[in-house]
Design a protein around this ligand. Structure first.
Ligand SMILES: Nc1ncnc2c1ncn2[C@@H]1O[C@H](COP(=O)(O)OP(=O)(O)OP(=O)(O)O)[C@@H](O)[C@H]1O
Ligand SMILES: [Mg+2]
Length: 256
């Protein structure tokens, strides 16, 4: 492993009753970058995420984080090490206020010294930290509103705030822009860029304009296998990638 690689996989493979959803995937995610995982429906992107966060066990292959083999670890243990995935919307407590949602996330018992705000885990300290996080995701003026009242895009921002509460070194986002309108997409893209300043982001995203705009490196999966990898300009010109996107060019797909 090279020094600047934070997460890597070797021969990562997942079979479901003989169907190979992920085949021999070798990923190298460099520290401090935004790395996108793209590919047609059913390519295996979410399965890779589930393998990385230990929600699924690989059939074969290895996962290394900071050079350490985490293949056999449990989800809570990899979260504790600093790999956190975005939660589903359902993880937002609708009846709690926006601020309370973040406070709950800050109090999630991971039982580790990674919680650098621990010394001030008084109510006031928690509120202060929660407000900082709301500020970071552009939601301070929504603090006292019930989460249920937030528009969709703002809910996704709240969800990102609750993942940031764990202070992850690496954040995995599965389709952060799904179902969003133009304005929300712009706002969440700006948010991702900001939080990537001191973290590594691995993101699955279908919106190729967003991918082109944000990503340092793109890995294209097709039928479980890595088809191409590199910066957007190179990947989007790759004939195999165009083919995988069913005859359209990636540029066209991005504007679809
Ligand atoms: N638990 C499972 N059991 C059986 N097959 C599965 C399971 N999970 C995923 N698959 C299959 O594995 C393949 C990859 O699915 P996956 O959800 O990883 O794709 P994806 O790239 O995330 O697609 P999408 O863009 O639609 O989200 C699909 O053919 C899917 O049907
Ligand atoms: Mg998916």
């Amino acid at each position: 492993m090279t020094a600047d690689v934070i997460l890597e996989t070797h021969g990562l493979t997942k079979e479901f009753r003989g169907f190979v959803a992920v085949r021999n995937v070798n990923l190298q995610v460099r520290r401090g970058t935004i790395h996108a995982l793209i590919g047609p429906n059913g390519a295996g992107k979410t399965t890779v995420f589930n393998l990385l966060t230990k929600f699924l066990a690989p059939t074969s292959g290895r996962i290394l984080y900071h050079g350490r083999d985490i293949t056999a670890m449990k989800p809570a243990d990899v979260a504790r090490l600093g790999i956190v995935r975005s939660f589903q919307i359902s993880a937002v407590f609708a009846h709690l206020s926006v601020l309370e949602n973040v406070r709950v996330a800050l109090q999630r018992p991971l039982g580790t010294s990674f919680h650098f705000w621990k010394p001030e885990s008084t109510l006031a300290g928690l509120d202060r930290r929660a407000l900082e996080l709301l500020d970071a995701v552009g939601l301070p003026e929504f603090a006292d509103r019930p989460a249920a009242e937030l528009p969709y895009g703002r809910k996704r921002a709240l969800e990102i705030a609750t993942t940031l509460a764990l202070d992850p070194a690496m954040l995995l986002l599965d389709e952060p822009m799904a179902g969003m309108g133009h304005e929300d997409i712009g706002r969440i893209a700006g948010l991702i860029r900001r939080i990537a300043r001191d973290r590594t982001i691995l993101m699955v995203e279908h919106n190729l304009n967003v991918v082109a705009d944000l990503s340092d490196t793109i890995t294209v999966l097709s039928r479980g296998e890595v088809l191409a990898e590199g910066p957007y300009a190179a990947v989007s010109r790759d004939p195999r990638v165009m083919e995988a996107y069913m005859g359209t060019t990636v540029e066209e797909a991005g504007h679809a």
